[in-house]
Design a binder for this molecule. Structure first.
Ligand SMILES: C[S@@+](CC[C@H](N)C(=O)[O-])C[C@H]1O[C@@H](n2cnc3c(N)ncnc32)[C@H](O)[C@@H]1O
Length: 220
């Protein structure tokens, strides 16, 4: 009887995945909005094992996801890049509303991020930090830097637009672009930027969508 119950639950889970257009092997885990479940990151990383290029997260906050990103990058002999103001959100624009005011997510500077990563056991040589607001923080990045896996999680509309423009040519074919805060039909914040990006994009295919997170893979 218990076996039948388990089977029925598994069939229901697979039916839900199919209905959402998601792959069967997507981890069966509880997810919380605004955070990246480490099981999902572990599921993504092998997809780029054969793709050249480092890992990056744009919008790292206290590194809850980045510590796993750095570990997974190291497993492929790649570096992990942390992009953030480390001083929280910039001034919102009209496309952002009031939910993310200037300074929200301020951790007090890059040194605090290093301290948090030290505490989490992330070795300093495993990652690089690019401090400053997007797009200013891109100005010192070597032109040759390419990525195989990127998480984009900046919440605001304008930096998400600018990050997508900057990232697109820097993600190698086969690379993954994982977008947070994508609410389909959303008319504000990052959702608006992602929706506009998708409307004009021909380079990425949709891999999965869950937890207001959209996973794309560069096909060319
Ligand atoms: C929601 S938090 C990121 C959460 C993180 N990805 C995680 O999973 O734990 C958004 C981050 O984006 C950063 N951020 C927002 N706008 C930015 C901008 N214009 N330039 C640089 N960093 C920015 C904030 O400082 C904050 O750390």
């Amino acid at each position: 009887m218990a076996l039948l119950g388990n089977l029925a639950r598994e069939l229901l889970r697979l039916a839900r995945l199919t209905a959402a257009g998601n792959p069967f092997d997507l981890p069966a885990v509880e997810r919380r909005h605004g955070t990246w479940n480490h099981a999902d990151l572990e599921w993504l990383a092998p997809k780029v094992a054969g793709v050249a290029g480092d890992f990056a997260e744009l919008g790292v906050f206290r590194g809850a996801a980045f510590r796993k990103v750095a570990e997974l990058a190291a497993g492929q002999n790649k570096l992990a890049h942390a992009f953030d103001s480390f001083a929280g959100m910039d001034e919102p624009t009209a496309a952002d509303g009031t939910a993310y005011p200037k300074g929200k997510f301020d951790i007090g500077g890059p040194a605090e991020f290093v301290r948090l990563m030290d505490k989490a056991g992330v070795e300093r040589e495993r990652y690089r930090m690019w401090a400053g607001y997007v797009p200013d923080c891109f100005s010192t990045v070597p032109p040759a830097l390419r990525f195989s896996l990127v998480i984009l999680d900046l919440d605001h509309y304008q930096p998400t637009v600018e990050a997508l423009v900057w990232l697109t040519p820097r993600i190698n074919a086969g690379g993954i672009l994982a977008l947070d805060d994508y609410v389909p039909g959303g008319t504000a914040l990052a959702s608006k930027a992602i929706r506009e990006f998708l409307a004009g994009d021909k380079l990425f295919r949709r891999v999965a969508q869950f937890n207001q997170q959209l996973i794309l893979q560069k096909v060319s």
